[in-house]
Design a protein around this ligand. Structure first.
Ligand SMILES: Cc1ncc(COP(=O)(O)O)c(C=O)c1O
Length: 468
């Protein structure tokens, strides 16, 4: 392992310099080179064919690699819901990268499995499910977590579906604004996208609790029975939360499985100031919560949590003699509740992120990003020619520059190299979108965004205040 120690040492130093530079705003925040030119620059073909990389060659190669990365630690990095990894989480990847204990079977990694069990218990408590009565598992991403939750819902409503196939009368109640992994799950689960009965939303795409009865009526008229109703906390595009309390009460009254996709916002449970946004989350039957969004782990580390512990193993009725041997041995296995067979030690990232910052430290991080997003809103809304359709609830904010093609404007902003922002639509209209995640994004970044927007041509001069 001398070679590993040497090369890893070099890599750690180079990565640490990269992070420090990015935090100081050195270098472009994003790079979009031509992929063929990049492949040539990185000499991918030669390395694949010939091998022979050593520590020195690796160090030189890594510098080129860094040049074509998105610098997530850069204060101007505000495009996507991707975490700026904490020190603890980054170290977890280093450890897992060499120890590689895929621990869905206890025998294959007792430490990793035990850590996963404990962080899942912590998440169950945070959500209000009870760590003994509920159950959960970490998955490789929120999309798989959503699929797993809906599989559990399907097993409850149609217990024979695993063996006999999916009955044709199931429906999924969800607004058009749900993350696409939900409608994709409906198709994967054999319901078909047509089984999605659209819930009515307000002008900002939040579920209208007062229209849920009519959705249920539509479901009955279509001769279908609800598999589950999906609410989001918060929505990917807007960062706005569905009213979980009202929706939860409706689902309880009608015996409908409530799935809450809190992939983005679950982490606000740690924030004293913002946890109220998730009031009612405990009314869900299942909840998805991504640690690789706001708990600062690298991709991926997501949790699917269910209120009744039996619902998760109930989702999978599987045989596989080499893995499900029925023999009672020490520890516990996760293979009965996870879509994946080989699973990385996902819990280690979340554990070390928590162990470094503590619940309180991560909660303060969430609070500071949510607070700063409001300051972005206030500054943008005072700017002539900029429209903000709502006051942000989380660290996601949408705005539009009147009289401009928003996508073209985004391209220009990205080409400047100082700011990375995204775009979305709300009720069919195109907006620019910020996701304020990097710990070093601050007041200067607000000034920078404003001055960038001011220097672009053709910004209308009439004031257009932010509403809502
Ligand atoms: C609300 C919501 N659900 C699910 C997902 C999908 O999660 P992942 O990217 O981890 O698969 C996202 C990702 O942006 C999301 O915002």
């Amino acid at each position: 392992m001398d070679e590993y120690a040497n090369a890893a040492h070099t890599a750690v130093e180079l990565v640490a310099d990269y992070v420090a530079d990015a935090r100081a705003g050195v270098g472009p925040v994003t790079a979009q080179p031509d992929p063929d030119e990049l492949a040539a620059e990185l000499e991918l073909d030669r390395w694949i064919r010939e091998g022979g990389m050593d520590t020195d060659a690796f160090a030189a190669w890594l510098e080129h690699y860094f040049e074509a990365t998105v610098r997530l630690h850069h204060p101007g990095s505000m495009a996507h819901q991707v975490a700026t990894p904490s020190t603890g989480a980054a170290l977890a990847d280093l450890v897992h990268g060499a120890t590689n204990n895929p621990m869905a079977k206890y025998e294959m990694g007792a430490a990793g499995a035990t850590i996963e069990r404990e962080v899942v218990r912590w998440m169950l408590r945070m959500v209000g499910f009870g760590d003994d009565s509920g159950a959960g598992v970490l998955t490789h991403g929120g999309s798989i977590a959503n699929l797993t939750a809906l599989l559990a819902a399907r097993a409850r409503v149609a217990p024979d579906a695993w063996r006999a196939g999916v009955p044709g009368d199931l429906a999924l109640l969800a607004p058009r604004s749900v993350h696409y992994s939900i409608t994709r799950a409906a198709a994967i689960l054999g319901l078909g996208e047509q089984a999605v009965i659209e819930l009515e939303v307000d002008e900002l795409e939040r579920i209208r609790p007062d229209r849920l009865t009519s959705a249920l009526d539509r479901c009955a008229v279509a001769g279908r029975r609800p598999l589950a109703l999906v609410a989001t906390a918060p929505a990917t595009s807007t960062g706005l939360h569905d009213d979980l309390r009202s929706i939860g009460a409706f689902c309880a009254d009608h015996g409908i499985w409530l799935h809450i996709d809190a992939a983005h916002g679950g982490s606000a449970l740690l924030s004293e100031r913002y946890r109220g946004l998730l009031a009612g989350i405990e009314l869900g039957d299942s909840v998805v919560w991504d640690a690789h969004k706001m708990l600062r782990t690298s991709a991926l580390c997501a949790a699917v949590l269910v209120k009744r512990g039996g619902d998760l193993p109930g989702a999978f009725q599987q045989h596989g003699d080499y893995i499900f041997d029925g023999h009672d041995s020490v520890g516990f296995d996760l293979v009965d509740r996870a879509l994946e067979t080989t699973k990385a030690t996902l819990g280690l990232k979340l554990f070390l992120s928590l162990a470094w910052a503590g619940e309180r430290g991560l909660g303060e991080y969430v609070t500071s990003r949510y607070d700063l997003t409001r300051r972005f809103h206030d500054a943008l809304s005072e700017e002539p020619g900029i429209t903000c359709p709502y006051v942000p609830e989380s660290n996601i904010l949408c705005f539009r520059v009147d009289g401009r093609d928003q996508l073209e404007l985004r391209d220009q902003i990205l080409a400047g190299g100082r700011l990375h922002i995204s775009s979305t639509t709300i009720a069919g209209e195109r907006y620019l979108r910020l996701v304020v995640t990097a710990p070093d994004t601050g007041e200067e970044t607000i000034d920078q965004l404003l001055s960038t927007l001011r220097t672009k041509p053709a910004v209308s001069s009439q004031p257009a205040g932010c509403s809502g």
